[in-house]
Design a binder for this molecule. Structure first.
Ligand code: 13P
Length: 253
């Protein structure tokens, strides 16, 4: 398959990882990515999003390797009285290149609306980061035939229309952490709809935006998913916590 967009394989470690395990994982992945880049076989940009406590240290460790780092969330404001929050500028300050925003766990557990996610994505862009905006339907919405309408509404409401430094991650909620993946046919249908919506929302720049799939991506199912039209990479949760599992996805391209 000829690709016009560089694939992005992103690991979202969520609230997992103490120092020893996370640093070991990052060191192992940095070594493998460096070797693959030297051999000319690295086909993707690789992003690690460890917990905030480890972002600076992981960033220092992977510096000089093909791996970049990103935050799992950011606040919409630059600075201020927001206890516990982290701004996009703070992420950029420690060398992050991306911020994930609007993950379904943030939308559901922290009550984030499309407007909140739009503000966070705009903040990431303001700080010079790539904004990875997550969208995805619940099982009930899929069963009700609403999946395309739901993700379209989320894209129109939460993706800034001003920049192509955005990445959209389609993560059907029923496939996250469940071992159930969407079929390549279902993924293809949603991604092709998202592509059309992005072209309408962003103009020609919509063709440059990478659309990732996330939801129980593993080394064993990655090749079929990544070979699907308009799938430009993966947002990986559980399988990003072990070097062999994550690397199996990177090399499935
Ligand atoms: P899993 O890969 O564990 O299903 O998680 C997907 C996800 O939510 C990544 O952001």
């Amino acid at each position: 398959m000829t690709r016009t967009r560089t694939p992005l394989i992103a690991g979202n470690c969520k609230m997992n990882g103490l120092v020893a395990a996370s640093m070991g994982l990052a060191a192992e992945l940095a070594a493998r990515a460096t070797d693959a880049a030297r051999a000319g076989s690295l086909k993707a940009e690789i992003l690690l999003c460890p917990p905030a406590t480890l972002l600076a240290e992981v960033g220092r460790l992977v510096a000089g390797s093909p791996i970049v780092t990103g935050g799992q969330d950011c606040h919409a404001e630059t600075a201020g009285a927001f206890t516990g929050d982290i701004s996009a500028e703070m992420l950029a300050d420690i060398g992050c290149r991306y911020a994930i925003v609007g993950h379904s766990e943030r939308r559901s557990l922290h009550g984030e609306s499309d407007a909140d996610v739009l503000a966070k994505a705009s903040a990431a862009l303001r700080a010079g980061l790539g904004a990875i905006v997550c969208v995805g339907e619940t099982a009930a919405e899929r069963d009700g035939g609403e999946a395309l309408a739901v993700v379209e509404r989320q894209v129109r409401g939460s993706v800034p229309s001003t920049s192509d430094a955005v990445v959209v991650a389609y993560e059907p909620i029923w496939a996250i952490g469940t071992g159930r993946t969407a079929s390549p046919a279902d993924i293809g249908e949603v991604h092709s709809h998202l592509r059309a919506v992005l072209k309408d929302h962003l103009g020609p720049k919509g063709n440059e935006v990478r659309i990732l799939y996330g939801g129980s991506v593993k080394a064993g199912n990655a090749a079929a998913i990544l070979a699907t039209a308009d799938v430009d990479g993966a947002l990986v949760g559980g399988a990003s916590l072990k070097a062999d599992d994550f690397w199996g996805i990177v090399t499935a391209l």
